[in-house]
Design a protein around this ligand. Structure first.
Ligand SMILES: Cc1cc2nc3c(=O)[nH]c(=O)nc-3n(C[C@H](O)[C@H](O)[C@H](O)COP(=O)(O)OP(=O)(O)OC[C@H]3O[C@@H](n4cnc5c(N)ncnc54)[C@H](O)[C@@H]3O)c2cc1C
Length: 487
């Protein structure tokens, strides 16, 4: 496919661009200038507030993601200057059967935000924080969680839920879920939304909330980008503490680790609760376990270390103090180091699963028996949350009340496609073992998912999901990279 008719210097900005109005040639399936349009059967796109990029560098930048495994090149990248631009492109896409997806930071790992021969809408230009009140904030989808935290903390406020890494977009997190150490208290990032504005796949602009069009609201949030492009959202805020006391409890026994995690998640004693499996050659199994918890406070108040009562780590405990901001932003130094060393650009065949509590010990035991730390080269997360805190019907998790996130955050060598494929295959195999025990896949993972997998994934929600697709995105143009309706 030829996408090279407009050079980089000819970037178009609606009617104010030097070249003029942009057009789409439905026969050749390419975007062209108004001058070229005069000699073809093209259709003009009037008055974009932003710009539509066609140059190879811009296309290549979105034909990739943090996984660096899948590469799908779009025909164009829209940097929207307004919500109107998104509506215009979606209406065009409907007319000509062009696939469209919004891209946040592209931190999913298996092409979820990519569009082969379609249009990627880059949310980075929709990054305004519109209004902060004492209880809520109105933001555009391209806002990074880091910027959201900085802006709200400046007013003594904070969002309720954070992912571990703050360089993710609001829009991307709202689609996939967004899990972290506060999920045990407040659910996923996607559970903490008051209102959402979106352009539906059929090109209609909507506003919805739990009170106004709740079914639409519950589809747009956690809907994996299948029903609409989120253009603005209102998130709840709470008062921010200034400090975090962080506890790290080490275990040699998986059984004791699970028992203590279950106790902590059930009694809700910590503000933050996560944990990891640690490769440890000096342990008899090769692995130890780290329960990581935090209690927030604002001096002169301080948490009591009786918070640790009843927990039985056999490998020691450390206690550290952080500012609330530094704690939420704790991965920043590591990410900077990975970026500087180039490892950030290596393939990341990540696996993220949800495992029911009743199976977690036996499942993890079995997985770790067959896993070498060199199969991972990254962290392994293992921590619980409560199903009753989750509210979005299309974010699927196991049916038990205590659920564990189990993430193998692999890094593969940059020049070894065979290892990448072996890791992807291993992910698939571990998913199947988990699925057979009631587990679910967190759909940011890197492994193939067939149409039958999707039907099983949504289970009793599948018919509703499919009906919503037909109703809200009848031409099936949105977010093909999830592979739900496009295989
Ligand atoms: C270093 C790192 C740390 C991470 N830590 C966590 C973590 O702690 N917890 C967690 O839950 N996840 C974590 N993730 C995964 C992350 O949550 C997902 O990648 C998520 O998709 C958000 O990232 P993003 O902004 O890059 O979204 P993208 O990957 O760009 O988008 C995700 C999906 O949403 C769609 N989309 C994006 N914006 C919109 C919109 N406005 N409207 C409609 N559809 C849209 C995209 O098309 C895509 O299908 C991490 C990823 C990395 C690389």
């Amino acid at each position: 496919m030829n996408t090279g008719r407009i050079k980089r210097r000819d970037i178009l900005i609606g009617t104010t661009a030097t070249i003029g109005v942009i057009a789409f040639d439905p026969v050749e399936k390419l975007w062209i200038t108004d001058v070229q349009a005069q000699s073809t059967s093209s259709i003009t796109i009037p008055n974009l507030d932003g710009q539509l990029l066609l140059d190879p560098e811009s296309l290549a930048a979105v034909a990739d993601d943090f996984g660096h495994i899948i590469k799908k090149t779009p025909m164009a990248v829209l940097q929207p200057g307004s919500k109107r631009d998104i509506a215009k492109i979606i209406r065009y896409a409907n007319r000509f059967g062009i696939k469209v997806a919004m891209r946040g930071q592209g931190h999913t790992t298996y092409g979820q935000a990519q569009v082969d021969a379609g249009v990627v809408i880059d949310s980075k230009t929709l990054n305004k924080i519109h209004h902060i009140s004492s209880t809520q904030v109105i933001v555009e989808p391209g806002v990074l969680i880091l910027d959201l935290l900085k802006a709200t903390l400046a007013q003594g406020l904070t969002p309720k839920v954070f992912p571990d890494y703050l360089g993710l977009s609001v829009g991307g997190l709202l689609q996939v879920g967004g899990i972290g150490g506060h999920t045990q208290k407040f659910g996923l990032f996607a559970d903490n939304v008051l209102e959402v504005q979106a352009i539906l796949g059929k090109g209609v602009s909507t506003v919805s909330s739990l009170n106004k069009k709740p079914s639409l609201f519950n589809s747009l949030i956690g809907g994996l980008g299948q029903f609409g492009i989120i253009t603005q959202t209102t998130l709840p805020l709470i008062g921010a503490p200034t400090h975090a006391r962080v506890y790290q409890l080490s275990y040699t026994s998986l059984q004791q680790y699970i028992a203590d995690q279950n106790q902590a998640v059930t009694d809700g004693r910590f503000n933050y609760l996560e944990g990891q499996v640690i490769a440890n050659p000096s342990s008899t199994t090769g692995w130890t376990y780290l329960l990581e918890a935090a209690s927030y406070y604002t001096p002169p108040q301080a948490p009591s270390d009786s918070l640790l009562d009843g927990l039985s780590p056999d490998g020691g405990t450390t206690i550290d103090e952080f500012s609330y901001f530094d704690w939420q932003n704790r991965l920043a130094p590591l990410v900077a180091a990975l970026q500087e060393s180039g490892v950030w650009q290596f393939p990341h065949p990540w696996l993220d699963l949800f495992i029911p509590n009743s199976k977690v010990e036996s499942y993890i035991h079995q997985v770790l028996q067959n896993l070498k730390s060199t199969d991972v080269n990254g962290p392994i997360l293992l921590y619980p949350f409560l199903r009753s805190k989750l509210t979005r019907p299309f974010i699927k998790v196991p049916s038990e009340e205590i659920i564990y996130l189990f993430s193998i955050l692999r890094t593969a060598p940059s020049d070894d496609p065979n290892t990448v494929q072996a890791m992807v295959a291993a992910n698939r195999s571990l998913f199947e073992q988990a699925r057979d025990q009631g587990g679910k896949s967190y759909r940011i993972s890197a492994f193939p998912f067939s149409p039958q997998d999707w039907i099983e994934h949504f289970a009793r929600s599948w018919n509703k999901f499919r009906r919503q697709k037909v109703s809200l995105d009848p031409k099936n143009i949105l977010t093909p990279g999830q592979g739900i309706f496009n295989q």
